[in-house]
Design a binder for this molecule. Structure first.
Ligand code: MLT
Length: 208
């Protein structure tokens, strides 16, 4: 069963879990995606988990995103900060409405970027994060204490959108905040591969 809800501030989908031993997932899609996009992927990575999947509210020439950027691709940092807090508030309300525990974020590209922002701005919001093709384009210090928070970051050496050194900077920064970071670099482009799925499933299986 799944539900599509226009309330709680974000259009979203909630898929109740079948396996209470698995942590819930917060699914955050990439640019041009929506709340349905990552559900098949998450079903492979974490079958039986509850899934909460909001749709980003920014419309960039018809493409849905979680925060604004300029036409030349520079992130709007005020919007990034404000939309992160808005997402944190949605998560608080949705957890109460659906009676779920702290989720692990599973974000791809633009969704992975707002996921790391959520980790930094509201360190109590998430139980961890899987970040596919995320990047660090600016220095967000000061950092919160993320000691013990597990994060899996997977980059692609041939990523045409995200320079791999920007992913490496993010891994280093999250480590500096104390997070338990696993950083993997695959011979992959921006799109996800079977290896991404295998790595994420294995990483998550250790979190049960
Ligand atoms: C972003 O804007 O979050 C990144 O550039 C990834 C993307 O193109 O969506």
């Amino acid at each position: 069963m799944s539900t599509t809800q226009p309330d709680l501030g974000f259009i979203h989908r909630f898929v109740p879990g079948r396996d209470a031993g698995r942590p819930p997932l917060l699914l955050l899609h990439g640019t041009g995606g929506d709340e349905n996009d990552l559900i098949p992927l998450a079903n492979r990575i974490a079958p039986g988990s509850s899934m909460l999947s909001p749709r980003g509210k920014v419309n960039e020439q018809g493409l849905t995103r979680f925060f604004r950027r300029s036409p030349n691709g520079v992130w709007d940092r005020d919007d990034f900060a404000q939309r992160t807090l808005e997402l944190a508030e949605f998560l608080r309300q949705a957890r109460a409405a659906y009676q779920i525990g702290k989720p692990i974020a599973l974000g791809y590209s633009n969704g992975a970027n707002i996921a790391w922002s959520l980790l930094l701005r509201d360190p109590q919001a998430l139980a961890g994060a899987i970040l596919f093709r995320a990047m660090l384009p600016f220095d967000p210090r000061p950092l919160p204490d993320l000691r013990g928070v597990p994060v899996l970051l997977i980059a692609g050496t041939h990523d045409e959108l995200i320079p791999v050194d920007r992913a490496g900077l993010l891994a280093a920064l999250l480590g500096e905040a104390g997070a338990d970071v696993s950083y993997e670099v695959l011979p992959a482009a921006h799109g996800l591969t079977e290896q991404d799925i295998t790595l994420a499933a294995a990483w998550l299986a250790n979190r049960r």
